[in-house]
Design a protein around this ligand. Structure first.
Ligand SMILES: C[S@@+](CC[C@H](N)C(=O)[O-])C[C@H]1O[C@@H](n2cnc3c(N)ncnc32)[C@H](O)[C@@H]1O
Length: 378
């Protein structure tokens, strides 16, 4: 059972300590292989921010080393003393190894590598992983892990959510291919959105999922009860369901080249499944030259101007069909130059903020949810 300081630390760790399920990793990777069976062939894959002894990322890539045609697999972990949450027992794998070091186990990161058949089994798999302690704690920003990044071709992980911006910046700085998990909310971050707009990164195949994670320690859910209750807590098994989870990548896949099947504006208004569009048509914004499209499946196929669409759009985005023009939310919205609201408008709707779109409905300004602005490709 946890002591109080562990509970406090677990609270502070928030959702940085969730572990991805094997089936979710397998499903996503298989989609890239379907599109291009050689996606990982002869590549060095780095899995940072992992705990290789129990990570399903390490397990998946090690077990599929030969099928994927990998050249080298590297996986690194972050030392427990550097984590906010410090409840930890070394595994038997570590304590029974001749390399086990009592002084290092809590303060050093570890590196696991797979390149060859070390045990003469005739195949390269999980049992051939070789490991040692890192010089430092395994922080992805440390010079040692930066060197591993520079040696890698593809970086794959579920990074700590609280450091997502920094982690993606770290990958982009290394100019690497990648596949990582993040929240749908990162799309509108001012550091991330321009990369999506310029087709430097895009959504993976799995997008806006409700993903089931394993929380690492028995007391983790106990310590984070408020957060956990809001996400659907199953006290039986230490698993947690987190909504709005997306894969982000710059690896190509088939879904992104499948255009959305859409109806014309006239047909949406006549026969579409959304009552508000049948009744009101497409409303124009009062502060931007565009129409509001509240549902991705109601995007009119024949509209030539700019359209504001839900922020789930990147999950269906096909760059041959549409271009992304901007993001009307937060800092990205301010950068779009959306006109500030005047006092009169604010009196009518106190929730209006600068950098957001609004339209007039029943004589009152109303703001839609976060919108991404798109235009049909010519
Ligand atoms: C969301 S968990 C994911 C773990 C594993 N990749 C998986 O999906 O199963 C993120 C991990 O990153 C670790 N971490 C936090 N800050 C880190 C840092 N600065 N450098 C490296 N790892 C870090 C956390 O302790 C945690 O183990």
């Amino acid at each position: 059972m946890a002591n109080n300081s562990n509970l406090g630390a677990a609270k502070a760790a928030k959702n940085d300590e969730f572990y991805t399920q094997y089936a979710d990793i397998q499903k996503e990777i298989n989609a890239y292989l379907e599109y291009n069976p050689d996606t990982f062939r002869d590549k060095t894959v780095l899995l940072p921010c992992d705990d290789p002894e129990w990570s399903n990322f390490t397990r998946f890539f090690a077990q599929n080393f030969e099928r994927l045609g990998l050249k080298r697999l590297i996986s690194t972990s972050y030392a427990v003393e550097s984590k906010k949450y410090k409840d930890y027992e070394p595994t038997l794998f570590e304590t029974e190894s001749p390399l086990f070091d009592m002084d290092k186990t809590r303060i050093k990161g570890k590196i696991f590598e797979l390149t060859r058949d070390t045990n003469g089994s005739g195949r390269i798999d999980l049992d051939d992983l070789e490991w040692h302690y890192l010089e430092g704690d395994g922080d992805f920003r440390s010079p040692e892990v930066c060197t591993l990044r520079d040696q890698a071709d593809i970086i794959v992980t579920n990074p700590p959510f609280s450091l997502f911006r920094e982690f993606l910046g770290w990958i982009i700085k290394g100019a690497k291919q990648f596949l990582v998990i993040g929240s749908i909310n990162v799309i509108t971050y001012k550091e991330i959105f321009p990369l999506i707009k310029n087709n430097q990164i895009w959504s993976g195949v799995g997008f806006n999922l409700s993903m089931i994670y394993k929380a690492p320690y028995a007391n983790y859910l106990e310590a984070n009860q408020k957060f956990v209750r809001s996400k659907g807590f199953n006290p039986e098994d230490n698993f947690i369901k987190v909504p709005g989870v997306c894969w982000f990548t710059n690896l190509d896949h088939g879904r992104r080249h499948e255009p959305l099947q859409l109806m014309t504006m006239k047909d949406n208004i006549r026969y579409g499944k959304h009552k508000e569009i049948r009744e009101n048509g497409y409303i124009r914004y009062a502060n931007y030259d565009a129409i509001d499209v509240p549902y991705v499946d109601a995007i009119p196929s024949d509209y030539e101007g700019v359209m504001g669409v839900p922020k789930t759009f990147p999950g269906s985005y096909c760059p041959e069909q549409f271009e992304i023009v901007g993001c009307a939310e937060g800092d990205s919205g301010k950068e779009l130059g959306l006109k500030p609201f005047n006092r009169e408008l604010k009196k009518l709707n106190k929730s209006l903020r600068d950098g957001q779109l609004y339209f007039i409905q029943d004589g009152k300004p109303e703001k839609p949810y976060a919108r991404i602005l798109i235009r049909k490709k010519q």
